[in-house]
Design a protein around this ligand. Structure first.
Ligand SMILES: Nc1ncnc2c1ncn2[C@@H]1O[C@H](COP(=O)(O)OP(=O)(O)OP(=O)(O)O)[C@@H](O)[C@H]1O
Ligand SMILES: [Mg+2]
Length: 430
C-alpha cells in the first residue's frame, strides 16, 4: 500500500514520503462512473490524471458532478465502476480513515466545529493522531500565521470570525497534518468578491511554497483560470468537455460549449498569461525634461510622433508633452516646462503581462503607455502595432512559451485585477 495512503499515525509528518516529483501523476481516475441509487448518473466514465504538486480545478455548471468527483477521492462517495488510484494504488484498498488523514478537505462555509475554539478546530487532526494538546496547538498557531490569521483569534469560536477568516481557518485545518493532497469544494464561494479575490491570491501564494496536489471545485470560471494549473471543464451529465491549462483553454476552447462557458473577452483574458517582456518598446519618442524644447520638437518630428513622454532626471515618467505645445513655448524653454498630460498607468516590463500593457495603453490619453523596469525607470513606450506584434509572436511561440514567461521571483508591481502574472508565471508558462 502506498505510504501516502497509510502514514504512521503517531509520526504523520515524518512518515510522509519525500514529495512526489512535480508532473508525476498522483491521482488518476480510470473510467469512473457514479450512479446514485435513484439512477442519476452524476459522473459518467471519467478519466482524469492529476499531477503531483499542481492545482487541478474542476469547473462546470451546477449539478454536473464536480462534488461527486471530488468526494470519490477521499471515499466519502464510492464509485459505481472504474478505479481511482492514489500514487499508483487503488484507493478502495485503503482504510478510509487513514486515507483521509493524508488528504486535507476544505468545504464551502468552512464546516468548522462551532463549539471548538479556532486553535482546536485547526488542531483537529493532530489531536486525533495523538500529538497531544501542546504540540497540536503549537502547530495550530504556526498554521494561523501561514494562512494570514491574527494569532489573537486563536481562542475565539467560529461564529466570532468573519466569513473570510472562517475560510482561512478551514484551509489551516486541512493543512494541519501536512497532507500531500488537498481537496477544496467551492472553498471561496460564500464570501464577497473582494475577500474571495484575497483568498485566491493567498492560495496561489501558499501553493507556490507548499506544492500540494490540490483538486479544487468551483462553478466560477474566473476562479478556475486564476488558481488552476490545469482546468477540467465539465458538461452537464458528469462528462469532461476539455482539460487544459488556463492559457490553452482561453486560446483554444475545444468546442462551442467550452467557448460559451469561458464567456466574453477570453482573447483579452488570455493575455494575462503572456509576459510583457515579449513586447518591443520604442524609446524614440521619450525625452528628458531638461532637453531644450526646440530639440524635443525635432525628436518628435523625426519620430513622426504627436506626443513625447517626458522623463525626470531619474528616468521616471512625468507626463506627455504635445508636439504642438512644444512649438509654442518661448525660445530657450526646456521640455519640462510644457503643459504635461498625466502618463496614467505604467507597467513593469519584467513583472507584468501583456494584458497589463494593453490595459495601460487603452487607458492612456495618447494611446501609448510606458513600460518601466523594477525601479520604475522608463524603458520605452507601447503602441497598438507593437502589442499586436507581441501577441502574434507569443502565439507563434506557443509550446515554447516558457521562454517568455515572467520571472516568478520578480516583484509584484501590479496588483490583482490588473492582469498581473508574477505568481502565476510558472503555471502560465506551461
Ligand atoms: N445522494 C444523491 N442521490 C441522488 N442524486 C444525487 C446525490 N448527490 C448528488 N446527486 C445528483 O448528482 C448530480 C451531480 O451532483 P454534484 O453534487 O456532484 O454536482 P456539482 O457539480 O457539485 O453541483 P453544484 O455546483 O451545484 O455543487 C446532480 O444531478 C445531483 O442532483
Ligand atoms: Mg458541488
Amino acid at each position: 500500500m502506498s505510504p501516502l495512503i497509510a502514514p504512521e499515525l503517531s509520526e504523520l509528518s515524518a512518515a510522509m514520503p519525500p514529495r512526489a516529483p512535480e508532473g508525476h501523476v498522483l491521482i488518476s481516475f480510470e473510467s469512473v462512473t457514479k450512479r446514485y441509487a435513484d439512477g442519476t448518473v452524476a459522473v459518467d466514465n471519467l478519466s482524469l490524471e492529476i499531477p503531483a504538486g499542481q492545482t487541478m480545478v474542476l469547473v462546470g455548471p451546477s449539478g454536473c458532478g464536480k462534488t461527486t468527483s471530488l468526494r470519490m477521492i477521499n471515499r466519502l462517495i464510492e464509485p459505481s465502476s472504474g478505479r481511482i488510484l492514489l500514487d499508483g494504488s487503488d484507493i478502495t484498498r485503503s482504510n478510509p480513515d487513514q486515507l483521509r488523514r493524508g488528504i486535507g478537505y476544505v468545504i464551502q462555509q468552512s464546516g468548522l466545529f462551532p463549539h471548538r475554539t479556532i486553535e482546536d478546530n485547526i488542531a483537529t487532526v493532530p489531536l486525533l493522531i495523538g500529538w497531544g494538546k501542546g504540540k497540536s496547538r503549537g502547530r495550530a498557531r504556526e498554521l494561523m500565521q501561514l494562512v494570514g490569521l491574527d494569532p489573537a483569534l486563536a481562542r475565539r469560536y467560529p461564529h466570532q470570525l468573519s466569513g473570510g477568516q472562517q475560510q482561512r481557518v478551514g484551509v489551516a485545518r486541512a493543512l494541519a497534518a501536512d497532507p500531500p493532497v488537498l481537496l477544496m469544494d467551492e472553498p471561496f464561494s460564500a464570501v464577497d468578491p473582494i475577500v474571495r479575490a484575497n483568498l485566491q491570491d493567498e492560495l496561489i501564494r501558499l501553493q507556490a511554497s507548499l506544492h500540494k496536489t490540490i483538486v479544487l471545485v468551483t462553478h466560477d470560471v474566473e476562479e478556475a483560470i486564476k488558481v488552476g494549473d490545469q482546468v477540467a471543464v465539465f458538461r452537464p451529465g458528469g462528462v469532461i468537455a476539455q482539460i487544459d491549462t488556463p492559457q490553452q483553454l482561453l486560446g483554444s476552447p475545444a468546442d462551442a460549449y467550452v467557448e460559451n462557458f469561458l464567456g466574453f473577452d477570453r482573447g483579452i483574458r488570455r493575455l494575462s498569461f503572456l509576459a510583457a517582456s515579449g513586447l518591443e518598446l520604442d524609446d524614440t519618442a521619450v525625452v528628458a525634461q531638461d532637453l531644450p524644447a526646440a530639440r524635443a520638437l525635432q525628436v518628435a518630428r523625426q519620430a513622426g510622433a504627436s506626443w513625447l513622454l517626458v522623463l525626470d532626471t531619474d528616468r521616471r515618467p512625468r507626463g506627455w508633452a504635445a508636439a504642438d505645445e512644444l512649438a509654442s513655448l518661448r525660445a530657450g524653454a526646456r521640455t519640462g516646462e510644457a503643459r504635461l498630460l498625466p502618463y496614467g498607468h505604467t507597467f513593469g516590463v519584467r513583472t507584468d503581462s501583456l494584458r497589463a500593457a494593453l490595459d495601460a495603453t487603452v487607458l492612456s490619453p495618447t494611446g501609448h503607455a510606458a513600460g518601466v523596469d523594477d525601479d520604475g525607470r522608463v524603458v520605452g513606450i507601447t503602441s497598438y502595432e507593437r502589442l499586436r506584434a507581441a501577441i502574434q509572436a507569443a502565439d507563434m511561440a506557443a509550446g515554447t512559451a516558457a521562454d517568455t514567461a515572467v520571472d516568478p521571483a520578480a516583484s509584484t508591481a501590479a496588483g490583482p485585477g490588473r492582469g498581473s502574472v508574477p505568481d502565476r508565471a510558472g503555471q502560465a508558462a506551461r
